[in-house]
Design a protein around this ligand. Structure first.
Ligand code: ARG
Ligand code: ZN
Length: 421
């Protein structure tokens, strides 16, 4: 028996009349071929139990480009029926969502598919991340400092780790934030892995040593703390934060549409019910204003900005709010090309690179563009693995390779920035 079929069987119950009924949520990939099909799929995404995974917003659903839909088990029959009736082809990308979620949350899963990696090869709920921040800082007081930069809408603390080498304080600084979008679990896992790897490699690996000796590194492991908790407790595919404003029953602002950079122009939404709601005004969200305030204070030394997202395997740079080329576009493109080549050397993983607007779509109010316009001339969004096979449900076995390959890109870019600033 072929493996996909075996997995399909696991996710299904065979009933008397000869049909299989899924017992788990599923992720579909559909590719609309006509305007009419685009409309049908857009309509589907307005249902509450159907979650759009790719693209980020229904406005970006277009003819001949793939759409990834997360579907509640209760809707599967209805949706499959609807797609069949309209002659729309679909592919099941994740047959058994439940199984992947169990792998990610490390619940007692037994059998050949279970995996027991180290702390850094697992996903962690927020309390465990807070515990780790404290623990590792106490273990390495010479290299780490905890900075409280603000709190979330639901009043959770936002901690930044300041990571330095043991030599004189460098005049440059860089920033990495993770977890702007709560469902992108590989992103906080990256920040955690990165800090640990840097501490371990300092004075052993020359590139990491050079990086830490020449830059203060500020790492925010989970920017969207409230959303992250919500994905662990209630709704795995939640993207926004958990803020709420008068006048709407819908919850959440897209933190990556709330920065003051072309705020809420084409590519973001004024509707609080949308995935890409820009918030009532720029920096309305406490998570965004905390980060913006911190970066403004450090702007003279801050030379390099990274924000870590998933999924898509992309290295993006400004602009995303406009089709205009960034002043140092050629330098950024060249650097990004070099970095993606380094990524490929490990496991042949292909990352694409370019300005956000032309590489994916217009998406204003993003942190990378804002940081760039603040004066941080090296500003990147990294969309980690994969391209949709697992999507946001990337198994824990893939944390380590995903982080390793991207670290080479970060090293390449950092080396360039140290040389040129
Ligand atoms: N998928 C990310 C988003 O939609 C892409 C971010 C690219 N940068 C940006 N400023 N939009 O938020
Ligand atoms: Zn994202």
């Amino acid at each position: 028996m072929k493996l996909p079929f075996l997995i399909a069987l696991l996710a299904s119950i065979y009933i008397e009349d000869g049909t299989f009924v899924s017992i788990s949520d599923q992720v579909f990939s559909v590719t609309p071929g006509t305007d009419e099909e685009v409309e049908i799929i857009k309509n589907l995404t307005s249902k509450d139990e159907i979650e759009l995974c790719h693209p980020d917003s229904a406005h970006n659903i277009k003819i001949n480009s793939d759409v990834h839909l997360y579907m509640n088990v209760s809707d599967l029959d209805f949706v499959k029926d609807l797609l069949h009736k309209n002659g729309i082809n679909y592919k099941i990308m994740v047959e058994n969502v439940q199984e992947l979620i169990e792998m990610q949350t490390n619940k007692e899963s037994s059998g050949p598919r279970s995996f027991k990696g180290s702390f850094y090869e697992q996903y962690h709920p927020l309390e465990e991340i807070y515990f780790w921040i404290n623990k590792i800082s106490h273990e390495h007081p010479d290299m780490l400092e905890i900075i409280l930069i603000g709190s979330s809408f639901e009043k959770r603390p936002l901690y930044v780790l300041k990571l330095t080498g043991r030599r004189n304080s460098p005049r440059r600084a860089m920033w990495i934030d993770c977890g702007i979008h709560s469902r992108e679990w590989i992103s906080p896992a990256f920040c955690i892995w990165f800090v640990q790897n840097a501490i371990d490699s300092y004075n052993k690996n020359p590139e990491i040593t050079q990086m830490l000796d020449n830059m203060e590194i500020y790492v925010l492991p989970v920017m969207n703390a409230d959303g992250y908790v919500y994905t662990w407790t209630t709704r795995r595919m939640w993207r926004k934060n958990r803020s709420r404003y008068e006048g709407s029953n819908c919850i959440g602002t897209d933190l990556n549409r709330n920065f003051d950079a072309g705020w809420c122009t084409k590519g973001a939404s004024h509707n609080p019910c949308d995935h890409t709601y820009c918030g009532p005004y720029p920096e309305s969200e406490p998570e965004v204003s905390a980060v913006a305030k911190f970066l403004r204070e450090k702007k003279d030394s801050m030379k390099l900005y990274f924000t870590i997202h998933s999924y898509g395997q992309m290295l993006l740079f400004p602009y995303s709010y406009s089709y205009n080329q960034a002043p140092n576009h050629d330098e950024l493109q060249h650097l990004a090309d070099e970095a993606t080549q380094q990524i490929r050397r490990y496991y042949r993983t292909r990352y694409i690179s370019g300005p956000g607007a032309t590489t994916i779509y217009l998406a204003p109010g993003g942190s990378d563009d804002w940081a760039y316009d603040l004066g941080i001339k090296y500003s990147f969004t990294i969309e980690l693995r994969d391209t949709g096979s697992y999507g946001f449900l990337l198994p824990p076995q893939l944390i380590q390779p995903t982080c390793l390959e991207v670290l080479t890109a970060i090293k390449t870019i950092t080396r360039h920035v140290i040389k040129n600033t």
